[in-house]
Design a protein around this ligand. Structure first.
Ligand SMILES: Cc1cc2nc3c(=O)[nH]c(=O)nc-3n(C[C@H](O)[C@H](O)[C@H](O)COP(=O)(O)OP(=O)(O)OC[C@H]3O[C@@H](n4cnc5c(N)ncnc54)[C@H](O)[C@@H]3O)c2cc1C
Length: 249
């Protein structure tokens, strides 16, 4: 990477908050307009830094939800009740505020058309965020790579981007399967348990077709899913993972 581009990526900048979108009761999207954005690849994240009046700073990573083609930067944050940073982003931030960030960061948990597929995306909770960027990128470049999303959420109300994903499934012929681990609505036709080996075996392409797999969510979820995929015979080198946090669920 050229020196100027690298320096740009590592430099903190103040981005204007353009819009806030309530995705679920605990999850909010933040649309930003950074003044010097070098562009990003689907799957990358940014670092966000908050500074208190007394100078105390806290920094966290947030995946980029928007596609490279979108022309704006969108983050999607789940509020953790006892968290230091996420309650501010999910509750306090207002349009017109400024948010300090730097990026994009990361080059491994990235999908672009040239990497091919078939593409299996596996999300746990808010782990769907970078996978949304990949789905939107797939659509924007009119990719013909076959793609499936397997999304585990506690209930239908907790499915982030629910209407958008439903529309994508209907219009783009993207194969989307949900599993609702705690609460299923009346007449629910999808899965109703945590992702396990059998479920992955049903949803994935067989290992012989060498699917490229991206798994993102809480640490425990990512580890259990990646282990199950390897036990099923998928090549570890074709499984890319992103861990959001320390707990399972
Ligand atoms: C590469 C990367 C990308 C990320 N992208 C996103 C994203 O797109 N959206 C998003 O909402 N978060 C994302 N995260 C998680 C995010 O960085 C923070 O960890 C999260 O928002 C919690 O920060 P906090 O300050 O509110 O909680 P903290 O004060 O750090 O932690 C509060 C409590 O919650 C626990 N905890 C911390 N993180 C999690 C978690 N993810 N799940 C469950 N428990 C947790 C801690 O152990 C602690 O007990 C990402 C993390 C990484 C590493």
């Amino acid at each position: 990477m050229a020196r100027a581009a690298l320096l740009g990526r590592l430099t903190w900048q103040l981005a204007n908050v353009v819009e806030l979108v309530e995705e679920t009761a605990r999850v909010r999207s933040i649309v930003l307009d950074p003044p010097a954005w070098p562009g990003h690849r689907a799957g990358q994240h940014v670092d966000v830094r908050l500074t208190a009046e007394d100078g105390y700073q806290a920094q966290r990573s947030y995946s980029i939800a928007s596609a490279p083609e979108d022309g704006y930067l969108m983050l999607t944050v789940e509020r953790l009740e006892d968290g230091e940073v996420s309650p501010y982003l999910a509750d306090e931030l207002r349009p017109g505020d400024e948010l300090e960030l730097r990026g994009p960061v990361g080059g491994y948990f990235v999908w672009e058309e040239s990497l091919g597929g078939p593409l299996l995306l596996v999300a746990g909770g808010s782990g769907v965020v970078p996978l949304r960027a990949m789905l939107c990128h797939h659509r924007a470049v009119e990719s013909i790579v076959p793609v499936r999303l397997l999304y585990s959420a506690r209930s239908l109300e907790e499915v982030v981007y629910r209407d958008e994903l439903m529309r994508m499934a209907a219009a783009d012929q993207i194969d989307i399967r949900f599993t609702l681990t705690r609460e299923q609505p009346e007449g629910w036709q999808g899965y109703g348990r945590r992702i396990d080996r059998e479920l992955l075996d049903e949803v994935s392409w067989p290992p012989g077709e060498h699917p490229l797999v991206y798994v993102c969510g809480p640490t425990g979820f990512v580890e259990a899913t990646a282990n199950a995929l390897v036990e099923l015979g998928h090549e570890p080198a074709r499984i890319r993972t992103e861990r959001f946090g320390p707990t399972g669920g």
